[in-house]
Design a protein around this ligand. Structure first.
Ligand SMILES: NC(=O)C1=CN([C@@H]2O[C@H](COP(=O)(O)OP(=O)(O)OC[C@H]3O[C@@H](n4cnc5c(N)ncnc54)[C@H](O)[C@@H]3O)[C@@H](O)[C@H]2O)C=CC1
Ligand SMILES: O=C(O)CCC(=O)C(=O)O
Length: 528
């Protein structure tokens, strides 16, 4: 199988080494595509890698028939319509830490350049002037520095600002006293930052909450000589309000790397001498670009290999430790879902998943998605995947719940899937047996021990002598080899089950023949 990957923004060549070396990947680099051109060709691709330039909107996603993954070589995914991608079952991954240092260094460069008017001073000198009086700056030493958004970049910025002996106030909804103490900053409110800071930098993502987070109202609260830096996303600071605040002398200056619309056209901020600006260069270093390209390349290869994503943006994150612990259970969880949905009569209306043993202490959400996906796919189709399964579950009105219990019946880890339809209820349990891999160990109330990578014939019957022989005869007549057979009964002569592993997939004919045997109540072929 060859996967076609389109790269639609300039990405570091060295960072793409893993993809280039892969025999299963065909790379196509086209960095000058218009939106219309992208819509036309995206249907041919399994993967798309972008930076911040390509706007992956709903129209592109709608045209992306085969797309499985969008890799963002960087942090911010505001150029990707995440809702549309999630609904379409397209995984979005990013490279969250590859450009942290570069973005933090650029922020420091912008702050120092702003405080000493370096760009204009340089320009004036190059134009033949020697204007020493005009370019008098301010020191950073002992100044109060407000950091809004104390994630990866905010923290790195703070570390560097400490070397300048700045007094750092940090605001982030997730900032705890302990984290602030360890980072050597003072936890503050936004208002405290506005009223006390000499410099304010923003390092949040652009979201509904952070859009125009800093606007006219905030500028009115700020010190008169305040300077602002935005190396995060255009739109976190209200650009027009900032323009007004600078014009009115409320803000002394601003250093801007990012704009609400990029590239900015005839932007009023760019007409002001108090503003210095760069064309979204925060991550534009050799090192950062190599790191983010390498990170997305390697992760995309892992995803195409069937491994879970580590930096999925539209799936809950999982740590490396959890990923390793769950890895052996993926196949089992999928096969339990597939088996259960073939056993139950009618479409399931409720799905109950019970984790026990070692699985009670692990984050099992990825397994739950895998089970839900394998159950729903029978009725809703193969486009259901772990990314969009929760969306479709909600849409189809199916309910599900997850339970945990310490009772693992002697197994290290046990997963039970119970499906309830309008007319039926079935449950199936499975485990990982050391040396044997995934095994089904219980169907309804019957203990069994079945591999999960075979075709199963599940037969319900009355417990009567001779029936097993009759079943063997029918299958023999249809040249079907039986690999193994297990029987279970509740009472002598009562309801019983027979589960056979068979060597090949069979058509309806032998099933019909079995169903016509007296005392056989139900026959189901289960393909795993
Ligand atoms: N200029 C450039 O080239 C680059 C820009 N960026 C941008 O920098 C920003 C931050 O990146 P990272 O630090 O890596 O992300 P991060 O996820 O590590 O940190 C973001 C922080 O913002 C906080 N936050 C969210 N909403 C907030 C709010 N309303 N008020 C205050 N804090 C809030 C979060 O709790 C989180 O701690 C992103 O927007 C990213 O796109 C990142 C790399 C390069
Ligand atoms: O790809 C780039 O240069 C932009 C980086 C960026 O803004 C991000 O990672 O969020």
């Amino acid at each position: 199988m060859t996967y076609k990957i389109l790269i639609s923004d300039p990405i570091s060549d060295t960072g793409l080494a893993a993809l280039k070396a892969s025999e299963t990947v065909e790379l196509n680099v086209q960095t000058e595509l218009t939106k219309e051109e992208l819509v036309k060709i995206i249907g041919n691709y399994d993967g798309l890698i972008v930076r911040s330039q390509t706007q992956v909107d709903a129209a592109i996603i709608e045209a992306a028939d085969h797309l499985r993954v969008i890799g963002r070589a960087g942090v911010g995914v505001d150029n990707i319509d995440l809702d549309a991608a999630t609904k379409a079952g397209i995984l979005v991954i990013n490279a969250p830490d590859g450009n942290t240092i570069s973005a933090a260094e650029h922020t420091m460069a912008m702050m120092t350049a702003l405080s000493r008017q370096i760009p204009d001073a340089c320009k004036s000198l190059k134009e033949g002037r020697w204007e020493r009086k005009k370019f008098k700056g301010v020191e950073l030493f002992k100044k109060t520095f407000g950091v809004v958004g104390f994630g990866r970049i905010g923290m790195e910025v703070a570390k560097r600002a400490k070397a300048y002996q700045m007094n750092i106030l940090a605001y982030d909804p997730f900032l705890t006293d302990e984290k602030a103490r360890r980072a050597g900053v003072t936890k503050a409110t936004l208002d405290e930052i506005y009223t006390q800071a000499d410099f304010i930098t923003v390092h949040t993502p652009l979201t509904k909450e952070t859009h125009h987070l800093i606007g006219a109202e905030a500028f009115n609260k700020m010190k008169a000589d305040v300077r602002l830096i935005n190396c995060a996303r255009g739109g976190i600071i209200d650009e027009l309000a900032l323009y007004q605040a600078i014009k009115e002398g409320k803000v002394a200056g601003a250093a801007i790397d990012v704009f609400e619309n990029e590239p900015p056209e005839n932007h009023p901020l760019l007409t002001l001498p108090q503003v210095i600006a760069t064309p979204h260069l925060g991550a534009s270093t050799v090192e950062a670009q190599e790191k983010v390209a390498r990170a997305v390349s390697e992760e995309i290869l892992q995803i195409f290999n069937g491994e879970p994503a580590q930096h999925a943006v539209n799936l809950p994150p999982i740590s490396d430790q959890v990923r390793r612990a769950l890895e052996p259970y993926y196949q089992l969880s999928r096969q339990l879902g597939v088996t259960a949905v073939q056993l139950v009569k009618g479409a399931p209306q409720d799905i109950e998943i019970t984790y026990s043993g070692e699985l009670t202490d692990i984050e099992t959400a990825p397994l739950t998605r895998s089970i839900l996906q394998s159950v729903l796919a029978k009725y809703l189709g193969d486009h259901i995947n772990p990314v969009n399964v929760k969306y479709y579950i909600k849409e189809s009105g199916v309910t599900y719940n997850v339970k945990r219990t310490q009772q693992s019946h002697g197994f290290t880890g046990l997963i039970k899937v119970r499906l309830t339809s309008e007319t039926d209820e079935r449950s199936i349990s499975g485990t990982l047996l050391n040396g044997y891999g995934p095994r089904i160990v219980k169907i309804d109330d019957y203990n069994v021990d079945l591999p999960t990578d075979v075709h199963l014939l599940y037969i319900e019957h009355h417990d009567l002598p001779g029936l097993i022989g009759q079943v063997g005869t029918v299958l023999g007549e249809h040249h079907i080899n039986i690999g193994s057979m297990q029987v279970g009964r509740k009472s002598v002569g009562g309801h019983a089950i027979m589960v056979l592993t068979i060597d090949k997939n069979v058509n309806e004919t032998p099933i019909d023949a079995l169903q016509h045997l007296e005392h056989i109540q139900a026959v189901k072929l289960i393909n795993l």
